[in-house]
Design a protein around this ligand. Structure first.
Ligand SMILES: Nc1nc2c(c(=O)[nH]1)N[C@H]1C(S)=C(S)[C@@H](COP(=O)(O)O)O[C@H]1N2
Ligand SMILES: [Mo]
Length: 256
């Protein structure tokens, strides 16, 4: 067979997109997450490249005032301890139900991976750390948005307390339901990225991810994982396959 010299239209388009992604990046030190030739993920890489090039890592998402707080639906898993719901994860759901019946006094989040001092943090441990309260708009990929006040400890503070190592590049979050996902260090250390334990002035309600959820204000709602159980710091990108956001065909980087 003669060598194929001409690109198909699709190959040309894909090549152009990745080249465009590359062009956006001359001043950008952030390596792009791999796309594996997937068109959707090339769009992902473009957004990621553009954000990382054009925005300073510390540009804040807009914050609102108390009068802007709106009604807020609970979406996806609303109780990981309820065995009659399809969102029940047999591995962790029963533990969650037990922790909940004890008022989450025995709940711990473990911090592992590339930290000098891996460990377990209780709700009281997190509440002893410096708190941040912010009123932000949550934007769900389904097309709705809602405004709430969140209180928690900046994830960056927790990571620094755990002695995050210089090789750290991504933080992966594991939950009590089937969700898991990760973010890069720029988002992890962003001042508005919280381990949130309060919503609208009260304890974070279970349907919204209690006792502790992630708030990533720089990305679309599905990156703000609820019902946190375990955080692992990594030095390499991992799209987490069928367990990560890609399981739904969603972008890994969904910047807003
Ligand atoms: N563990 C877990 N985190 C999750 C979800 C979920 O089902 N389980 N749903 C995600 C989606 S799609 C959205 S829009 C928000 C919903 O948060 P809310 O229930 O507080 O509205 O949580 C995100 N985090
Ligand atoms: Mo969502």
């Amino acid at each position: 067979m003669p060598p194929r010299l001409r690109l198909t239209r699709r190959e040309a388009l894909l090549g152009g997109l990745s080249a465009a992604g590359g062009l956006l990046l001359p001043g950008c030190k952030h390596e792009l997450p791999p796309t594996y030739g997937n068109l959707l993920r090339m769009g992902d890489a473009l957004t990621y490249g553009a954000h990382r090039t054009l925005l300073s890592g510390r540009s804040l998402a807009r914050e609102y005032s108390r009068s802007d707080i709106s009604s807020f639906p609970a979406i996806g898993t609303t109780d990981p301890g309820n065995a009659s719901l399809p969102t029940f994860n047999p591995e962790f759901g029963t533990t969650y139900a037990q922790l909940r019946s004890g008022g989450f006094a025995d709940w711990r989040v473990s911090i592992e991976g590339l930290v000098a001092r891996p460990g377990q943090y209780s709700l009281a441990d997190l509440k002893r750390m410096p708190a941040r309260t912010q009123i932000t708009r949550h934007m769900c990929e389904e097309g709705w948005s809602a405004i709430a006040e969140w209180t928690g400890v900046p994830l960056g503070h927790v990571l620094k307390a755990a002695g995050i190592l210089p090789t750290a590049r991504y933080v992966t979050f594991h939950t009590f339901d089937y969700w898991t996902d990760n973010i890069d260090m720029l988002d992890a250390l962003h001042p508005q990225t919280l381990l949130a334990y309060g919503m609208n002035g009260a304890d974070l309600p279970v349907p919204h991810g209690g006792p502790v959820r992630l708030r990533v204000e720089t990305q679309v709602g599905y990156k703000s994982l609820k019902f946190l159980r375990r955080l692992v710091v990594h030095d390499a990108f991992d799209d987490l396959g069928k367990d990560g956001s890609m399981k739904n065909g969603w972008s890994w980087y969904a910047g807003i």
